[in-house]
Ligand binder design. Sequence first.
Ligand code: C2E
Ligand code: MG
Ligand code: MG
Length: 693
Amino acid sequence: MEPAWLEHLALELPDAVVVAGSDGRLVWGNPAAERIFGLSNADIVGSDALQFLHPEDLELAVASLASVLDKNVGSPIELRVKTPTGWKLVELIGANLVGKPPIDGLVWCFRDLTERRRWEVATNDIERFRSLVHNSASILLLLDRSGTVQSVSAAITRMLGHDQALVEGHPLEDLVVQADRPALEAALSSAIDGELAEEGPTIVEVDLRRRDGGVPVPCELSIVNLLDDPTVNGLVVSAHNITQLRSTRDALERLATRDPLTGLPNRKLILDRIEQMQKRGRRSGHDGAVLFIDLDQFKDVNDSLGHRVGDDVLRQTAIRFQGALRETDSIGRLGGDEFVVLVEGSGVHDAEAAAQRLLESLAAPFAVHSAARPQLTIAASIGIVSGAYASAEDLLMDADVALYEAKAAGRNRAVRFEPQMRGEFRTRIDLERDLRLALEGGEFFVVYQPVIQLSAGTVQSMEALLRWRRPSGLVVAPDAFIPALEDSGLIVDVGAFVLREACRQTRHWNDAGFPTAVSVNVSPRQFETGTLVDEIQSALEESGLDPTSLILEMTETTLMRDSRESALRLMALKDLGIRLAIDDFGTGYSSLAYLQQFPVDIIKIDRTFVMGTATDQASTALVHALIELGNALGLKTVAEGIETIDQLMQLKHEGCDAGQGFYFSRPLEEADAQRFLAAAVDGVTTGPVPVTL
Ligand code: C2E
Ligand code: MG
Ligand code: MG
């Protein structure tokens, strides 16, 4: 072969070839060497070959050199060589031509491995990827355009028991339970249509069948369309087991739609159901009815027996209500002591019957864990609404209005909504708001009406009566706002105010030389909260009033609400040394039994009977009987509402101890009341205050 041809070969060879002298210095390099090392031949010639090597590879290079020198030809080694653009990986093989002219040196051939190695790394990645796929907890599938499984990962066997080979070649649909097939189909075609491709994978939840026919496994499939990718050419599906996720999600869903205390649907769900019922009503023409239920005086249960007992009562109530409903009705708890019942597609008559059953379900007393009161009776008020509404909220608003009417009408009853109720309700809401402001703004004050000892003509006590001076200056009497104070619970704070005021004022009068007692009215709600004894005690301590100078007035209804508990409360009050009066006596139960059971000191005969005394026989007879009853039981009797001298004379004649009424005086503001006391005392410095009868 011609030398020129050989030289040409050396110059065109893609592998680098360099020749080193026996001293290790380079004497020649071919153009490929220049290219690979990024050096010109001039730079190569004369340089030390070892200087190009990576320090860590020097040892290997020296060993290889030794072997080349020894055996003339070495085995290929991989080395890193320095180039102006960074390290390059090369394969090196040497030949020993030392002493063999014309070369007389070592010939080294290099091949640049950098590119190849990169490719090899990629191949390793694929291996790693295979292993990942094989061991993945999710099932990975490759489908063709028709949805047939081309290949599937081993997880299919672990998760569902299917043999990989038996799944391949079959439609993915075969793995999915019947009910979820349409969803899968829709998801596959949406993935294929590709519109969503840019938004990420198509997600669908399906239940996958197990080979053994066991409970299907809920899975989330994510489908990626790689039909256009030549390396994949299919749909890549990963199926992820979401059993755990689903149960967590279900729990969350329950949390979001269930009332945790009773397990009943919560406000959100019940509003939803009302809307659905309304929709059905629009289609069928049969609007269902909604019952809005609120337990009566439930706040008092919470206040006096604690929240645990309150919660227990709510749970028991939920169970009783559920038992009272038909299969088609549904019930939810709005919060607090408010429940809602949906009576499906029926007339108002059915709704009223359902309301009646609910009320009856509460008739038997509740057993509760309370040492103070092991049994408890709870009633409820119900507002009924039916008809078409724009929204569930609107419907509930009217139901609330009807509920309010039920409360106002005396509780423990159901009332059907009528449109004219709306206006009345607004005023009630306004009133409650105004009362709250009145309490904060100090608009309440107390007036005093003298109670006269009839035989001596002295002032024996003053009855403290609440008044409200509105910002307009108008003074409002309690009958107009006491019910609203009761309903809103404000009575507790307002009542405490009256107590403090009355004790303070009376102590002041006593100090000024007018030895009068004071009587204060206590409302049912106030009596039932556990704080009354404390309030009285602190009012007495604050004012320094002698406890025997304080009389509490309560109606029979207040005491009869829960007689056992009331008796205990009254004992606690009596222990403070104060006296108790039954107000409006004769209008309630007038039961002898309770007069004996309760530690009562005074009965106040209701004005309605006093009014007729001296003019109508029946009233006179009744007043006579009441006074006799009082005397027999050793109680003092006070006649309310004496307006005429005839009434007064008659009552004196019957042996009534004391009297109160416009005949003596209207209720008076502080200064006038003091003037009344002063006028009555008229020279007498000690003892009861005599007045002219
Ligand atoms: P009550 O305890 O029976 O008070 C007597 C009511 O009869 C008072 O009405 C008084 O002004 C009125 N009255 C007195 N003498 C006569 C009379 O000769 N003829 C007529 N027609 N009426 C007479 P008032 O002040 O409007 O109080 C009404 C009711 O409001 C009271 O009835 C009492 O139940 C309640 N109340 C008043 N103040 C308070 C209070 O501070 N707390 C509570 N819880 N209730 C109160
Ligand atoms: Mg009274
Ligand atoms: Mg009265």
